[in-house]
Design a protein around this ligand. Sequence first.
Ligand code: AMP
Ligand code: ZN
Length: 466
Amino acid sequence: MKLKLYNTLSRKKEEFKPIKKGEVGFYGCGPTVYWYQHIGNLRRYVFEDVLYRTLVYNGFKVKHIINVTDVGHLTSDSDDGEDKVEKAAKKEGKTTEEITSHYFDAFQEDLKKINFIQPTKWTWATKHIKEQIALVKKLEEKGFTYKTSDGVYFDTSQLEDYGRLALLDVAGLKAGKRIDMGEKKNKTDFALWKFSTSGGKRQQEWDSPWGVGFPGWHLECSAMSSKYLGEQFDIHTGGIDNMSPHHINEIAQSETAFGKKPWVKYWLHNNHLNLKEGKMSKSSGKIIRLKDLEEKGYTALEFRYFLLTSHYRKRTAFDFKTMDAAKTAYERLRNKISELKDDKKINGKYLEEFEEAVNDDLNTSRALQVLWKMVRDEKTGGQIGAIKKMEEVLGLDLLKKGKKEKIPKKILDLVKEREKARKDKDWGKADEFREEIKKQGWIVGDLTNGKSGVEKLLFHNELGII
Ligand code: AMP
Ligand code: ZN
């Protein structure tokens, strides 16, 4: 079956054909570890994970690299402003290593909970300074760099198609309103190396042929991807905000240095998960973390389900009403699946439909619909076998047995009261007890042996409990 992916380079869905038969080099832009990752960031990694799983599902051997930005990401995209990690270290009174390892560890905990499969390697920018300096040297030798008083810059005016990926209107930019360029020759030129002197005392700095300083943010991705995946590879991902200027600058420096065009064959970008009120961003402080969802009673996998119900390229707003609906659907799905018998067969018809959906540019919402249709189809067999396969892509723990929740004493007391009312034939009172039990999230039923059965009421709708 063909795998089709939407390639930002062509703005089309294309059949995926790797450079080397059966093997895939896959690089994703990862976190800047100066603060916690929010649920918007987690959308990025669920997309990354589904793509990885889909490639593996299709039989490819995948080398998956994700970078960790622990230096050089400035608070402004135009090569000025503070280094985010240095700024956080100053604010929290810690070393930069303490900052980056703390936020990386917190991020890993979230990834584990959302069933993210670990990449082949996490590559840290500060562990690849040598490679980054070598790349700047290469660009310098080719005559694409120039030095100013605050750093070494890439001269974008030498490239005819600079900004192609983002459909950047360079001519329009030139004619547009004045922006502070400092000593830059062109508005789109970007820093490859910044001198320490430009931003006050720093904890992280290195010697270089041009002066003591630190690498520009875009440099790490070109240097590290080529080290681990070669000078040309198959897939590069990021959030849509990474497209410009980050990815267009990665392309500019890589295509110039390595002479391969296109440097990366398929570019995939996930859209953002935002709040109704606007952008979810660390700088604005308006963010929700996985921990916040858990505190409100949602699980990480319910959140994963929520994400899978919409396509990764669709802009999505997070709200609790939709999250409630996802929670209900996920619980219901798991319940339905727990009632199925394993006949040791695999339902080929539904599995094929499922594969068609995920291979159509990772259409997970359609894939979930197929799963639902199969689970509801009482006349079909082989469901458990098919779910086992589907789970390789979905990663929702649909077949894992959950722990049964212990019935609280106050509920058991109410059940006893209700039994007593029923014995006294006080039906009104018995109904009142039933309602009270329901309000508290449990459901009571009458068993054939005259006793009561109590179950956790799983399904909530937006009005509360039904
Ligand atoms: P950062 O830690 O800010 O460098 O972001 C890590 C990754 O998350 C980047 O690839 C961003 O493009 C992506 N990202 C940031 N905000 C969002 C969002 N609200 N929704 C989806 N992805 C995001
Ligand atoms: Zn990157």
